[in-house]
Unconditional design. Structure first.
Length: 335
């Protein structure tokens, strides 16, 4: 396996105020060179636009790598302080990633017309924003701007997609601020912007998701159907939110992929020092209590994620873990 990190922007191109030295990037997992170009997946973790979840990056990336795809994990702009609205930056990060990967298709041994994106939770919103607005994202690099940023298909996992009644309010606050205008809210309500050239989509979620309402996938599926966009939708009875691949590997205590937490780590240094951009007292207090409590307490790990006894282990979501294989069958029909 070939692994490497590639920064997405030149220093003069990236101006997000609360980056604290972070640069959006992709982490590659490529097969050794062979004669046949491979399908490609860009994995986009969630985290409420405040941070990125490692188990929604490397873990599912390895599932698709084992299927034979070359995979990239996107670490896009986020902000734990929620003090500098992200606006279009995450969407522009993924747009640049798609263009860079296609530009280097030969080097990465991928088929540029078989590029998928896969987003979880807020990462699903990053993907949903790209597949509905790709044609109005201009890249500052004139050569890259000539390369298509339209993915060939998208997989959306318990995604934030609407900014309306059923939204995840904290994702929208991190993205647009506490008092966004109606025009901005409309623009980032993905179900309102599905069009004839939106790529095919695979969606899944659990009915009992108590973080991002399941209506997000229903609304988006309805919009896809109205525009005759090919899609698959799976709604599982139980699974909650944030269970990534729902694999045995995850529930037995998997860990890894912490590189997606780079911006969080840099921000925490400034939170501790009280030097964050535009930080208000309320948010400063919240973050200090969360990350730097006066009395350290051991965090309880939910039992299903901390079961390492193979003899006793039973996956509580055997049905949900099938989504990975279902998605493979689905995209293999047309890619």
């Amino acid at each position: 396996m070939k692994e490497f990190r590639l920064d997405l922007w030149k220093k003069e191109e990236y101006t997000y105020e609360a980056a604290y030295g972070f640069m959006p990037n992709i982490h590659a997992y490529l097969h050794e060179e062979d004669d046949t170009p491979r399908k490609c997946m860009v994995m986009v973790p969630g985290g409420g636009y405040c941070m990125l979840a490692p188990h929604e990056g490397e873990l599912p990336a390895m599932e698709y790598y084992r299927m034979g795809l070359n995979v990239f994990v996107l670490t896009y702009t986020n902000d734990i302080t929620m003090c500098v609205p992200l606006k279009r930056q995450p969407m522009e990060d993924i747009s640049r990633a798609v263009r860079l990967i296609r530009k280097n298709a030969k080097e990465y041994n991928i088929s540029p017309d078989k590029l998928l994106i896969c987003g979880f939770s807020a990462g699903g919103h990053v993907c949903g924003s790209l597949i509905t607005h790709f044609d109005d994202i201009t890249d500052p690099d004139a050569e890259l701007d000539k390369i298509s940023n339209r993915p060939d298909a998208a997989i959306l996992c318990y995604p934030v997609l609407t900014s309306g009644k059923y939204t995840h309010i904290y994702s929208m606050q991190a993205l647009l601020g506490y008092e966004p205008g109606e025009e901005e809210l409309d623009y980032f309500s993905c179900e309102k912007h599905v069009k004839e050239n939106t790529p095919p989509c695979f969606l899944w979620q659990a009915v009992d998701d108590d973080v991002v309402p399941v209506e997000n996938t229903y609304l988006f599926a309805k919009a896809l159907k109205e525009k005759n966009i090919p899609y698959a939708q799976y709604v599982f009875p139980k699974g909650g939110h944030g269970i990534s691949t729902a694999s045995d590997e995850l529930f037995k205590g998997w860990h890894g992929g912490e590189y997606v937490c780079e911006q969080l780590g840099k921000a925490l240094e400034h939170i501790k020092d009280g030097t964050c951009v535009n930080m208000n007292e309320r948010r400063q207090k919240e973050l200090n209590e969360q990350f730097f409590p006066a009395e350290k307490k051991e965090q309880d790990v939910p039992a299903p994620f901390n079961n390492t006894d193979d003899k006793e282990f039973v996956n509580p979501f055997e049905d949900v873990k099938c989504w990975v294989e279902l998605s493979r069958v689905w995209f293999s029909r047309f890619l």
